[in-house]
Design a binder for this molecule. Structure first.
Ligand SMILES: Cc1ncc(COP(=O)(O)O)c(C=O)c1O
Length: 379
């Protein structure tokens, strides 16, 4: 396996001084106080033990309540599995269901972990490029072309990291038809479900007719509640899908940390205002960064979800990696090469706007200066 393209780049940036980073996909907010307080209180009460493998019953109930309230999804507590971040939920969903010879369709560009986890499970990842002209959405006709008799799972990574693309209900309906026709299991990564812009709420494919029974939703609190370090995620699915995932989880992890689980109960039940505050702030930054990048001649697909923009850098005549390296060494701005998210990300770079307006503004000035020094008329 290749090392993560995101990490490799940041290992270099960390050794340099005065670097302005738009690189990491992590909220710049501290976890809201009432959630931290619940974690501290749980420690004060002496909660330092293992919990049941699938998570505290109160938390599984709280996640079910939250999903019903926020997205209209109905899951029983025993259809919820608490994991160590959304990352573990993805790992479990793939490892529990993929065996040698299975093919897993992975829409790209996408978060970096699906492909290597499928390989570790002995399966074959099948890259399914999405393109800016299609608003980086998964196209049902192209999806069909990738399906073979060995295709078992479709990964559905929307709202998308790194493009900011979302799939609306009418787009999901087309994909659902294909999944039902070809009897595919869907692993829907909805970790950015709370971060959609322009008034439309995220719709889960599991809410469409015939899809609940063939969908595993993976999600977590890292992005929505600024809780990356607490390592709490979860999977939602029918009992007979959650049970084998819990077996892998039992042997590999045992359970998520108890104090984080208590903090998560508070987040699930009383964190809606925090989500709204953070999403509003990201939206403001989204407008700022998209406008600035477009103005300096790096065309940007307007992101509708998550907290990334994915500008097209092809007019510079450079490959993504060369662009990022030169930008880092000459202007000390760290962004991530688009091809770190799959071959179809070549020609683009990922900028995160989970950074302060001040950081974004300095980065924009430096990127503009970098572009001004290039002679783009040649390309
Ligand atoms: C699309 C996507 N899924 C899952 C994760 C994993 O999040 P965590 O393990 O922190 O919950 C990330 C993190 O960046 C992500 O971007």
């Amino acid at each position: 396996m290749k090392p993560s393209g995101i990490r490799r780049f940041f290992d270099i940036a960390y050794t340099m001084e005065n670097v302005v980073s738009l690189g990491i996909g992590e909220p710049d907010f501290v976890t809201p106080w009432h959630i931290r307080d619940a974690g501290i209180y749980s420690l004060e009460k002496g909660n330092t033990m293992y919990t049941p493998n699938p998570g505290l019953p109160e938390l599984r109930k709280a996640v079910a309540r939250y999903q019903q309230r926020r997205f209209g999804l109905s899951y029983e507590p025993d259809e919820v599995l608490i994991t160590v971040g959304g990352s573990e939920a993805i790992d479990l969903a793939i490892r529990a269901f993929v065996t040698a010879g299975d093919e897993v369709i992975v829409p790209e560009p996408c978060f970096v972990c699906y492909d290597p986890i499928v390989r570790l499970a002995g399966g074959t990842p099948v890259a399914m490029p999405t393109v800016a002209e299609d608003s980086f959405r998964l196209n049902p006709v192209r999806l069909k072309e990738k399906i073979t008799k060995n295709t078992k799972i479709l990964i559905l990574p929307f709202p998308n990291n790194p493009t900011g693309a979302v799939m609306r209900k009418e787009h999901l309906e087309e994909i659902a038809k294909v999944c039902i026709e070809h009897d595919l299991l869907v692993v829907s990564d909805e970790i950015y479900a709370e971060l959609t812009y322009g008034g439309d709420r995220h719709v889960s494919i599991a809410s469409l007719p015939g899809m609940r029974e063939r969908t595993i939703i993976v999600s977590g609190l890292s992005k929505s509640h600024a809780m990356t370090g607490w390592r709490i995620g979860y999977a939602l699915g029918p009992k007979d899908a959650i049970a084998p995932m819990n077996k892998v989880h039992q042997y590999a992890i045992m359970c998520a940390p108890i104090m984080s689980q208590y903090a998560a109960i508070e987040a699930m039940d009383n964190g809606d205002d925090d989500i709204a505050m953070m999403a509003e702030e990201y939206d403001r930054r989204r407008m700022l960064i998209t406008e600035e990048l477009n103005r300096m001649g790096l065309p940007c697909f307007e992101p509708q979800g998550a907290f990334y923009v994915f500008p097209d850098i092809r007019s510079t005549g450079m490959k993504s990696e060369e662009f990022c390296e030169k930008l880092l060494f000459s202007e000390r701005v760290a962004v991530v090469p688009g091809d770190a998210f799959g071959a179809s990300g070549e020609g683009f770079v990922r900028c995160s706007y989970a950074y302060s307006v001040q950081t974004i503004s300095i980065a924009m000035e430096r990127i503009k200066r970098f572009l001004d020094k290039l002679d783009r008329s040649k390309s």
